[in-house]
Design a protein. Sequence first.
Length: 73
Amino acid sequence: MHKNLTNEMLFFVYLLEKYAEYKGVSATSVLHSFDDTNLTDYIKQMYPMYHTERIENAFLDIDNKNPYLQKNP
């Protein structure tokens, strides 16, 4: 299962999907907002911290850095 994906990439996909669900938007729109605000690489680099904490902590951190999706709908 997902033999070619690193743990970091699998977690990024998980976080992306959960964050989209949390915001009530599509994962595609979240990925575009991450790319538009240069957050994609930042989030991948935060893997060591994000995957050991509650996912909601990652959401709060991302919300503070992402002007496009700061408020829940």
